[in-house]
Design a protein around this ligand. Structure first.
Ligand code: AMP
Ligand code: GLY
Length: 425
């Protein structure tokens, strides 16, 4: 089978790396990919952007692609899966209707309410005066969210009412364009965050081991949010009892509510959760795709053949699949460009990649490109690399990842040195 992976980040590098190991997969294409993905066995990059849905469908049809795997949320929310299906192609990723789980926080909130899924109490506001009037009646901390996709920039966890009001004003003033309206205001949840990603064929749901992401840019979870500065798995925050609650209280009811709305959701259902000190899960958000950098720690631990699992999802026979896992832990440290998540420079030469790989760590490329005639690898994004280590213990996995990180140099390189701190301290 020939497989097309759509996307260009660290998540897509991990997907291509894992799919390349599958006996079922004869050839991989990645659109548009990055410099690290280009070096994976069986893989060829395609110069097509993730928003060129016509071009991607045409390529997949002509090339006889057996499975298209959609990495990012933007094309899913734009309806790329529907277009592949309409062309008679197999696609791993939900339809536009299903992707609303991530594409509209108001829609997701409504579905959770209907399904009785635990989540923060929240309200949806179509205009600024009613949102501010509501805030006047609430106490801080309180959370203000843009309804639509905002690449991680749509959420303000306000510590004061003034901060919340400023966030509401900014959203209605158009700071995030159309994605900023309506506005969802919800109670602030307390506890530890965890990401549970699950495979689903629309009928059954198969959770993967839980991961913990580190979204803020600074040590000790300080500073502005990013796409994720590092992750590890499995996280002890989600014990087997907590995972069972997540399955029974969150994943199964959401899938049933989707079915009730006539949506057959195939692909990844990603629950971003707050786990209370008592071990009760509440949903912070849903994503309609693999997480980044969670994928870079979950897939290295997956023993099962990823292509087989994905095919079982699209062919609605997930009941035949049992996921198998390696023992131990994986940890990923993201190396970013100086300045990220604000403005940063690109085009910095990256040294030490071979020495990093020689440690036994896996270097997943996120924002990299090949430059000029020499093909030297240079930085090409905010998150540049995700350096992942595996070990018997979380400490060992982190040690390996950081040993490899220390081999890599580029001007302005920034990384957090405290990945895993919440459970190690
Ligand atoms: P999201 O983009 O929805 O994942 O939100 C980004 C981050 O904001 C989350 O990872 C949480 O740290 C935080 N957050 C979002 N909603 C809440 C909430 N209701 N209570 C506490 N923190 C939240
Ligand atoms: N790591 C968070 C996300 O993928 O949305």
């Amino acid at each position: 089978m020939q497989v097309l992976v759509v996307g260009s980040g660290g998540r897509e590098h991990a997907l291509v790396w894992k799919l390349a190991q599958s006996k079922t997969v004869t050839k991989l294409y990645c659109a548009p990919g990055n410099a690290g993905i280009a070096r994976e066995p069986k893989c060829q990059l395609l110069p097509l952007s993730v928003s060129d849905i016509d071009g991607l469908v045409r390529f997949a049809t002509v090339q006889n692609i057996g499975l298209a795997v959609i990495g990012p949320e933007v094309p899913l929310v734009a309806g790329i899966a529907d277009r592949f299906l309409a062309a008679g192609l197999e696609v791993f990723g939900p339809s536009q209707a299903g992707a609303q789980l991530e594409g509209s926080k108001a829609w997701a909130k409504d579905l959770m309410l209907e399904a009785g899924v635990p989540t923060a109490r929240g309200s949806v506001f179509e205009d600024e005066p009613s949102a501010i009037a509501y805030l006047e009646s609430q106490s801080a901390p309180i959370v203000v969210k843009a309804d639509g996709l905002a690449a991680g920039k749509g959420v303000t966890v306000a510590q004061t009412r003034e901060e919340a009001i400023a966030a509401v004003r900014s959203l209605f003033a158009g700071s995030l364009g159309a994605a900023g309206s309506p506005v969802v205001i919800e109670d602030c949840l307390m506890g530890q965050e965890a990401s549970v990603l699950a495979f689903t064929d629309g009928k059954r749901i198969l959770p993967m081991i839980a991961a913990q992401d580190h979204k803020p840019v600074g040590e000790g979870d300080t500073g502005p949010n990013t796409g994720g500065m590092g992750a590890y798995a499995p996280t002890p925050v989600v014990s087997s009892e907590v995972m069972e609650r997540v399955r029974l209280q969150v994943l199964e009811p959401v899938l049933a509510a989707l079915r009730d709305r006539g949506i057959t959701y195939k692909g990844i259902l990603y629950a971003g959760l707050m786990i209370s000190p008592e071990g009760e899960p509440s949903v912070i958000e849903f994503n309609c795709r693999f997480g980044d950098p969670e994928t870079q720690v979950v897939l290295p631990l997956l023993k099962s053949d990823l292509a087989e699992v994905m095919l079982a999802c699209v062919e609605e026979r997930l009941d035949e699949v049992r996921l198998e896992w390696h023992d131990g832990y994986a940890a990923c440290v993201v190396m970013a460009s100086g300045g990220y998540p604000q403005a940063y420079e690109k085009g910095k030469a990256i040294a030490g990649l071979e020495a990093a790989t020689a440690t036994g760590a896996q270097v997943f490329h996120a924002g990299t490109a090949s430059s000029g005639k020499t093909g030297a690898i240079v930085t090409d994004g905010g998150r540049v690399l995700g350096v992942a280590g595996r070990g018997e213990t979380l400490q060992a996995a982190l040690e390996l990842a950081y040993r490899a990180v220390r081999e890599i140099r580029f001007e302005g390189a920034y990384f957090r040195s405290d990945i895993g701190f919440r459970v190690l301290s």
